[in-house]
Design a protein around this ligand. Structure first.
Ligand code: PEP
Ligand code: MN
Length: 341
């Protein structure tokens, strides 16, 4: 059972409600001002008269007594149905903005990441990506620079007044990653790794949660629920392509995911057209499609020399293509009141 209290509820009011239900074990989360208290499902057995009394209390906004599904991630969990992530003044999730995250698939060297960061910053990019712990499908391929890569990524971002994001693969690296980046990414392969999700959520840093290759919207929203239930407050969902019968592309970028997830949830939704297609020439058209479909942003793999990229070369675009894409996005954005950020 879940009781959602109104904004500004006092501790003693919560205590009174819980005592009335004979509840001693519960889990509370504060989601943008409203206190959400989960109670053991055994309490479902309480008598209906008690339940209706609780529902009538002024401090209680809603009681969810049926089987608990996702509620913290649900659109109804926040007033107005939308949440915006704020990272030191840089926001992700506003309906009038399109946030562009760009950078190489992997941090390959200090020189490589400082060079590309500088070029991207000059085009107006404020959020730098770069994998340092790489989840490669083949164990024989470049696995990332690990801790050293984190230092390079963070240094390159700072030098260019950018924020940065990287993926964490292992619970043992969560603290290190959190010390160096502004947003922590949970990748598609780990969308159902609940131990990792909990460890990252507890840190309290903004999180990008990518949709698993074979995950339904419902699966993704339940994974999001794990994040929110375990302390994650600033969460962004990312559609990055799913497995379908089509094998021309690496994955099928599910553009429908953008409006569907935005209808179901209050969380910002971005797309990753690079992993979503696996093909360089499809990155620009799919980013534009995502913008028009209402996405809050895109994460794009860019390299100074894509053919030499140590990972995901086929889906990585060069700086010139990226610059043109950004210009096109600015122009399209003007027609639909979206500013590139
Ligand atoms: C990535 O963004 O570097 C990545 C590996 O993405 P995904 O988890 O979507 O495959
Ligand atoms: Mn990649």
């Amino acid at each position: 059972m879940l009781i959602i209290f109104n904004e500004g509820v006092k501790q003693h009011q919560v205590k009174e409600v819980l005592l009335d239900l004979n509840v001693y074990r519960h889990h509370s989360v504060d989601i943008r001002g409203s206190l959400h208290v989960m109670i053991d499902s055994a309490v479902n057995l309480i008598k209906t008269d008690k339940l209706s009394k609780i529902k009538r209390q002024k401090c209680v906004r809603k009681v969810v007594d049926e089987n608990i599904d996702y509620h913290l991630a649900d659109a109804s969990a926040v007033d107005g149905g939308r949440s915006v992530v704020n990272i030191s003044g840089y926001t992700i999730g506003s309906n009038d903005a399109f946030n562009i995250i760009a950078g190489p698939c992997a941090v390959e060297s200090s020189e490589q990441i400082y060079n590309i960061a500088n070029k991207l910053a000059n085009t107006g990019v404020k959020l730098l990506r770069g994998g340092t712990y790489k989840a490669r499908t083949s164990p024989y391929k470049f696995q990332g620079l690990g801790f050293e890569g984190l230092q390079f990524l963070s240094g390159a971002a700072k030098q260019n007044k950018m924020l940065c994001v990287t993926e964490v693969l292992d619970t043992k690296d969560v603290d290190n990653v959190a010390n160096y980046v502004d947003i922590i990414q949970i990748g598609a392969r780990n969308m159902c790794n609940y131990a990792l999700i909990k460890a990252v959520a507890q840190i309290g840093k903004p999180i990008i949660l990518k949709r698993g290759f074979s995950a339904t919207y419902h699966d993704l929203l339940l994974a999001a629920e794990y994040v929110l239930l375990h302390g994650g407050k600033d969460l962004i969902l990312c559609e990055r392509g799913i497995k379908t019968f089509e094998n021309y592309t690496r994955n099928t970028l599910d553009i429908s995911a953008v409006p569907v997830l935005q209808q179901l949830s209050h969380l910002p939704v971005i797309v990753d057209p690079s992993h979503g297609t696996g093909i360089r020439s499809l990155v620009s058209p799919l980013t534009k499609a995502a913008l028009v479909a209402g996405s809050h942003g895109a994460m794009i793999e860019v390299h100074t020399d894509p053919d030499l990229a140590l990972s995901d070369a086929n889906q990585t675009i060069d700086v010139q293509t990226f610059t043109q894409l950004r210009e096109d996005l600015v122009n399209i954005g003007r027609a639909i009141d979206k500013v590139m950020c």
